[in-house]
Design a binder for this molecule. Structure first.
Ligand code: RIB
Ligand code: CA
Length: 318
């Protein structure tokens, strides 16, 4: 891979939008995807790892996949998201068998080794459990990681699991709190911006574009499922669905696609009403925190969506 590409590791819970993010990243002219770690989330860990292996195989590329956490730090129970991703995590698309398997090294150990070099960005589009485990194993790691782009949180908008909590933070708030307090430079790509970066019905059904891609059939079925899940009962035509995880990859590739502001962000843990909330201190008169989180507050959605459509073979806007 060319030296001018930014080395990245993806941490995913594949998931429809995670698969889209993987394909978006693997088609990037500017990113060098060195490895992919998996976490429970949109499905159980066996499902998300199988889907990740499949996404990589269908891309025609060879990228090592490392299986990670099966449950959050503080609980053996998991919350999954079949309503949005289907029982098989890819919108009940017909899935070909996976040929390869995950590497032997656990995800947290791989993350520590991969990020320790100080030049690799992590794009985390799942619960932050794997990174929290890596930090617990190697606390010095926090000072070595140049940046983590997190798809997660809701700064100034409602949550998508509870009134205030977004799924990736809600699914393991203890892990998110640990990561957010670690001092690692973090860009938080939350629902404030991902809900503005949407695929629409007019982008679907570009057989000429998508059929050239080996993942075309899986992507077409998964996109339709995802669109239906986000627009229950709506007729095709006006539907949209947010491109959460691909936007995080786009931010790693080109931070100028969003506008950020540096804020203190606390993850709520102990109040059942607000558990999993990313509490953003936007008061103007408080002193700047020592390690602010770069919170995305605006996105150039047309630019991102156009590039997303072009890269994955959807019908781009004229
Ligand atoms: O809230 C959206 C996030 O939750 C995305 O990463 C999606 O894949 C799910 O994990
Ligand atoms: Ca995800």
């Amino acid at each position: 891979m060319s030296e001018s590409r930014l080395p990245v590791v993806l941490d995913v819970d594949t998931g429809i939008d995670d698969a889209m993010a993987i394909w978006y990243a693997l088609a990037s002219p500017r990113l060098d995807v060195q490895g992919i770690t998996t976490c429970f989330g949109n499905g159980g860990i066996e499902v998300t790892t199988r889907n990740t292996l499949l996404a990589v195989e269908l891309s025609g590329r060879h990228v090592p996949v490392y299986q990670g956490a099966a449950h959050p730090l503080a609980s053996a129970a998991i919350d999954t998201a079949e309503a949005f991703h289907g029982q098989n995590g890819l919108g009940e698309a017909q899935l070909p068998p996976v040929q390869g398997r995950a590497e032997r090294q656990p995800a947290a150990e791989y993350l520590a080794a991969a990020l320790e070099g100080g030049s690799t960005t992590l794009v985390a589009t799942a619960r932050l459990t794997n990174l929290a485990l890596a930090l617990a194993l190697y606390p010095a790691l926090a000072r070595r990681i140049p940046r983590v782009v997190v798809m997660g949180g809701a700064a100034f908008c409602p949550g998508n699991v509870t009134p205030v909590a977004e799924a990736n933070i809600w699914g393991d708030p203890e892990a998110a709190a640990l990561v957010f307090q670690s001092g690692i430079p973090i860009t938080m790509v939350g629902l404030d911006v991902t809900h503005q970066a949407c695929l629409a019905d007019r982008h679907l059904g570009s057989p000429a574009g998508q059929s050239a891609r080996p993942y075309a059939e899986v992507l077409a079925a998964a996109s339709e499922f995802y669109m239906r899940a986000y627009n229950p009962g709506a007729a095709p035509g006006d539907r949209t669905c947010p491109l959460h995880d691909p936007l995080a990859v786009a931010v790693a590739e080109d931070p100028s696609v969003i506008t950020t502001r540096p804020y203190a962000v606390t993850v709520s843990l102990h109040d059942p009403a607000t558990r999993g909330m990313t509490v953003v201190d936007a008061r103007s008169r408080v002193p700047a925190p020592p390690h602010p989180i770069d919170v995305a507050v605006a996105v150039d959605a047309p630019r991102f969506v156009q590039e997303f459509c072009r890269r994955l073979g959807y019908r781009a806007d004229p």
